[in-house]
Write a protein that binds this ligand. Sequence first.
Ligand SMILES: [Fe+2]
Length: 245
Amino acid sequence: MIFSFFKKKKEHPKEVIPQLHTDIHSHLIPGIDDGARDMEESILLLKMMHTLGYKKVITTPHIMSDGYKNTPGVIREGLEALRRTAKKEQIDIEIDAAAEYYLDDGFYRQLRDRNVLTIGEYLLIETSYISKPLEFDAMIFEIQAAGFKPMLAHPERYRYIKELEKEYTAMKAKGIFFQVNINSFSGHYGKEAKRKAEFLCSAGMIDFLGSDVHRMKQAETLGEVLSNDVMHEIFRNNVILNESL
Ligand SMILES: [Fe+2]
């Protein structure tokens, strides 16, 4: 069933909206990707996540050969600095870090060397929005052969996916886990991403929910979606695994 986000009437006024406590995708380490620009912004975002009910954030800076050349070492260093400042600011939230890997040749090398940061046994990956990498299937196979579970970040945002049922089903059959961005349900990334997120929700294909927060504006939108009835729909149709991490 396709539903409309803001227009939808409240169907379950007495039901408490399901609360997420663990976020597994964000860009909160200052100055190392297109997320928080400095520690001040990181702390504001962390405080906001805490206000929204999160008890744990696993933040995931980009790693891409042509853009953000982060390494596990750089990310761990940033994580420690963020933890120290959050403690000083008395923000009661657990902070961990992994990475969002762009599927490119550099990723292949890091995987081969087992030099990757994972979220438990899951490896968070993304691709170009426009074209599917030629070696997509081979890379998925390599991830699994290395003993990890591929978690595709925001599958609703890839414009190369045209035949939703066929293509998403094929990906799931290969053992790919889907992490949908919560803000996609508000239209934050456009109509197409919203439609695809709604399809995945109705089809019960969502495994994880992510904030993908880079800036305060996204955190504010996140607050609106988290308190919206759409959360009932998501949790009714899908087995959300965030709290297992
Ligand atoms: Fe991201």
